[in-house]
Design a protein around this ligand. Structure first.
Ligand code: ATP
Ligand code: MG
Length: 395
């Protein structure tokens, strides 16, 4: 029996060298350990271009599911570790071939230690020879059903017949902090996932309008945050009371411009919050054309009130693509729970689709919005969520 005892992790997008490379690997290493924290007997080793984990008696399928969620991994394999000795290597390759029901194969050897006395193609031929003489498998170098990979290092050699795709991207947290506007909807949790995948540490700001929005709606947002926090370990969620600003907007601007003004206020508050917590950009779940406030004219008019960059990872995604992603990361079912949010309660009937900056600025002279912004900032409350705080605790 082949005993796959070591996970070998390969890194993605790693063209950098020196300190950046070190930071990348160190962060990936700690993120991997964090993701696998429930498997107590794992033994880790970090090398220049790989991470190795001895799995002992832990469940490989469960480990695999978790590793697929770690950004920065390009692929990983469950391998059998043997001594760097040709006999041991060929024996393991032969056992893999004997246990498979595949018909064609190929051996792919990589020598990480150039002192090994044989070249890669000689190792390939020795192992293929053993398989050809002892099984019915045939070689197919172009499209093999079974690819046996051999990585030869100074003392140890790792052999595997599978290569599992990783999540790609950069290790979460390596590229700085971004402040995501997090609603209880479908899009913004997916945006969180995409931002984290680029290696950004995501903090969230949420605007709540109690008593028009309920405690349940707020908890739904925290639950979504805790779900996506799994990819980075934890998440700070800043909750801002938006009620007074919103009521004032409705009183002074009325229906068509309400959403535009509301979103201009949200952006102002988010920019202040970002500055306060050292986030260099905002993130949103906006997607061009999806609703009235997401036409190009609306986006321009809303964006006009701030200077901080805004990252919109979903800007060119179709709704169906976003929903597929929400399903994949597990947030969809929570996102569609029917709790009101501050936008659904004050849902205007005829929102402008081409708002003008001049009109928006005019409406904003009709009430003391700066005071409203200050009071809203003062109302901020910060909750730190983690994957351990799951649905039951919030809902
Ligand atoms: P979502 O599904 O993310 O709620 P949406 O399609 O409903 O998005 P909008 O309600 O227009 O679209 O919101 C666009 C973006 O604005 C959201 O993706 C989110 O980033 C931000 N946003 C909306 N409402 C709130 C809120 N109450 N608190 C924080 N951010 C919000
Ligand atoms: Mg929404």
């Amino acid at each position: 029996m082949v005993k796959y005892d070591t996970v070998l992790i390969r890194f993605g997008e790693l063209s950098t060298k020196g300190k950046n490379r070190k930071d990348f690997i160190n962060r990936l290493y700690s993120n991997v350990k964090y993701m696998l924290r429930d498997f107590e007997s794992l033994e880790y080793r970090k090398a220049y271009d790989r991470i190795y984990i001895r799995i002992h008696d832990e469940d490989p399928a469960a480990i695999s599911e978790k590793l697929k969620k770690v950004f920065g991994i390009s692929s990983f394999s469950f391998t059998e570790k043997v001594d760097s000795d040709l006999q041991a290597i060929t024996d393991t390759c032969l056992r893999i071939a004997q246990e498979t029901d595949k018909k064609t194969f190929k051996i792919i050897t990589k020598r990480h230690d150039k002192n090994f006395p044989m070249r890669s193609d000689a190792i390939n031929r020795a192992c293929a020879g053993a398989i050809l003489s002892n099984t019915d498998l045939k070689v197919d170098v172009h499209n093999p059903e079974l690819a046996i990979r051999i990585e030869v290092h100074a003392n140890d050699t790792y052999i595997t017949s599978e290569k599992i795709p990783g999540a790609g991207g950069y290790p979460a947290g390596i590229n700085g902090k971004v402040l995501l506007l997090l609603s209880g909807g479908i899009d913004s949790p997916v945006a969180a996932y995409e931002l984290m995948k680029r290696g950004l540490m995501v903090e969230a700001v949420h605007f709540a309008s109690p008593p028009y929005t309920s405690e349940a709606a707020r908890n739904k947002v925290l639950t979504l945050a805790s779900m996506v926090s799994e990819y980075q370990g934890h998440m700070h969620v800043h909750i801002i009371n938006f009620t007074d600003l919103q009521l004032n907007i409705y009183k002074t601007a009325g229906d068509p411009y309400a959403v535009t003004l509301m979103r201009r206020m949200m952006f102002r508050l988010a920019e202040e919050t970002a500055k306060k917590y050292g986030c260099l950009a905002l993130g949103t779940g906006e997607s061009i054309g999806q609703v009235a406030s997401q036409t190009l004219e609306s986006i321009a008019c809303i964006n006009d009130v701030i200077r901080i960059p805004v990252i919109r990872p979903l800007v060119c995604f179709d709704k169906v693509e976003i929903i597929d992603l929400a399903r994949k990361i597990g947030t969809y079912e929570t996102s569609i729970l029917p709790f009101e949010d501050c936008c659904t309660i004050f849902d205007p009937k005829n929102p402008v689709t081409k708002p003008s900056i001049e009109k928006s600025e005019y409406y904003e002279t009709l009430f003391d919005y700066k005071k409203g912004i200050q009071e809203a900032m003062d109302s901020m409350e910060t909750v730190i969520v983690s994957p351990e705080k799951n649905d039951e605790e919030f809902l």
